[in-house]
Write a protein that binds this ligand. Structure first.
Ligand code: MV4
Length: 496
């Protein structure tokens, strides 16, 4: 491969192109009119404007991207995450144009894109799953019968869904009809496919996903887990690797089951198999994500691998250069997603200019970003500003490093979730590992930030008063000595 086009924007486009460049391969960026001056455009060897800001007039233009790739002699397309990354049709078109799609086959994307098809494949390989319907269900009487067999509460899920869209909890038979109709309606308008199915509802699960890596020569590896239980409204906030609850035995079982899922769809490349873990530490297959995930850096930190380079080597047809036995977990990594959202105001997305933007630094700190000071966050795309990831020998040290890094991160001009991230890191239940997917709704309210803020303001006020008193005394002493000398000004600069 001589030239790769990255069909994405922002932090992930930049992160992917860095690895491509290090491999001695030329890079092509695509961009919308809103991203003309973005770092990912400047970083690339060549860049193509796709059109106006809205995604459906730029980053989602399948045929235009492929036509430009052909025109520029591109031989590989990396889709990143979001946009066209899990679009089976696009993957097929790329391959049909004679360009390598850096990802799995169109068939694997399609199979895993449908939760029922994914579960059917998993069933053949004896992967643990929650009791539920094997097919889409529309008949209310039949649904009631099955739900009663499973036992309430049950969860209605959309077959075409994912990431929690179109899910509904049903606590009793009397609610089933209404919730089914709502779920079918939601699924139809969101995915153009009203198929729904039922599953036993796990009340307090942890979300644990396994990273897999598969070459074109039937070698399948698992790169351990990431825990992503801290979410708000199906948007991940904090991810870590390894999970603090997995034993080596469960980890091995989950890893081997993730590999079975990958084998079930002839998977090629980097993929993620999602599981729920219940209170008894039983795990159940949920779905497979057929892309490079946002949170992949924590896996890179604990394995020492570059997942993008591995994806490219796999796409070139190379055999994986390591075995399962070669893989070891080294230390602990935590990632915090920083969004342009106001945690004091119901996470309302904020736009505006990064008046001040300074990222933290030092050993074991990685910031994956795509913005610079002075840039404006566009309204058209995901509100994520950057990902802050830390790596340390232990979870405790990683937590402390994360808190220090948050304190050293300076963002002004755009409301952001840094302080919310600090709230999570400092919460005793997060620190002790005693949490599940309900962590945010259970523990967080904006007043908690206020008090966290107030604590800091109070400490700052006490420090200021102390400095003032000291300075006043010094001035008084100096005055009696006949020379006014104060270091007031220097000290004032101490706190930003
Ligand atoms: C579940 C569940 C409980 N029981 N399935 C949400 C996203 C999608 N990937 C699956 N999800 C869930 N499926 C059963 N049978 C609870 C969730 C869930 C969840 C999962 C992972 C992380 C956060 C979550 C928040 C709410 C619900």
């Amino acid at each position: 491969m001589q030239k790769i086009l990255v069909a994405n924007r922002g932090e992930i486009a930049l992160r992917i192109m860095r690895s491509i460049k290090e491999m001695g391969i030329a890079t092509v960026a695509v961009y919308s009119e809103a991203d003309r001056l973005a770092p990912h455009v400047r970083f690339a060897d060549e860049a193509i404007c796709l059109g106006p800001a809205p995604s459906n007039q730029s980053y989602l233009l399948e045929d235009k991207i492929i036509a430009e790739a052909l025109r520029l002699g591109v031989d590989g397309i990396h889709p990143g995450y979001g946009f066209l990354s899990e679009n089976a049709e696009f993957a097929g078109k790329v391959e049909a144009a004679g360009i390598t799609f850096i990802g799995p086959s169109s068939l694997a994307i399609e199979m895993m894109g449908n939760k029922l098809a994914a579960k059917a494949a998993a069933l053949k390989f004896d992967v643990p799953m929650l009791p539920g319907t094997k097919d889409a269900i529309a008949d209310i009487a039949e649904a009631k019968k099955i739900a009663t067999e499973i036992g309430f509460p049950v969860l209605i899920k959309a077959a075409a869904g994912g990431g929690g869209k179109g899910m509904r909890v049903v606590n009793a038979a009397a609610e089933l009809e209404e919730q089914m109709q709502r779920a079918i309606g939601e699924a139809t308008s969101a995915f153009g496919d009203g198929s729904v199915f039922l599953e036993k509802y796990v009340a307090s699960p942890r979300h644990i996903e396994i990273q897999v890596l598969c070459d074109k020569h039937q070698n399948y590896l698992y790169l351990f887990e990431r825990e992503c239980s801290v979410q708000r409204r199906h948007q991940k906030v904090v991810e870590e690797a390894p999970s603090c609850v997995l034993t080596p035995e469960i980890r091995k079982m989950m890893g081997e089951n993730a590999v079975k899922i990958a084998k079930a769809c002839d998977y090629v490349g980097a993929g993620t198999v999602e599981f729920l873990l219940d209170e008894n530490h039983h795990f159940f297959f949920l779905e497979m994500n057929t892309r490079l995930q946002v949170e992949h850096p924590v896996t890179e930190m604990i394995t020492g691998l570059d997942l993008v380079k591995e994806q490219i080597k796999i796409a070139r047809g190379e055999v994986l250069s390591f075995t399962q036995e070669d893989l070891k977990i080294n230390g602990h990594a935590i990632e915090l997603r920083i969004y342009a959202e106001d945690p004091t105001n119901n996470f309302l997305p904020d736009i505006g200019t990064l008046k001040t933007y300074r990222t933290p630094d030092g050993p074991g700190i990685r910031v994956d970003g795509g913005y610079e000071e002075g840039m404006t966050i566009p309204v058209y795309y995901d509100p994520m500003i950057a990902k802050l990831a830390v790596h340390a020998p232990t979870r405790q040290e990683a937590l402390q490093k994360m808190i220090r890094a948050i304190d050293d991160y300076k963002i002004e001009g755009v409301a952001n979730t840094l302080i919310f991230g600090k709230f999570v890191m400092q919460h005793p239940d997060f620190a002790s590992g005693n949490f599940d997917t309900h962590f945010v709704p259970k523990h967080f309210s904006p007043e908690k930030l206020q008090s966290q803020n107030e604590d800091e303001i109070l400490i700052a006020a006490i420090a200021a008063a102390h400095i003032y008193e000291t300075a006043k005394k010094e001035v008084a002493t100096a005055a009696t000595n006949g020379a006014v000398k104060s270091n007031w000004g220097e000290r004032r600069g101490m706190r930003g």
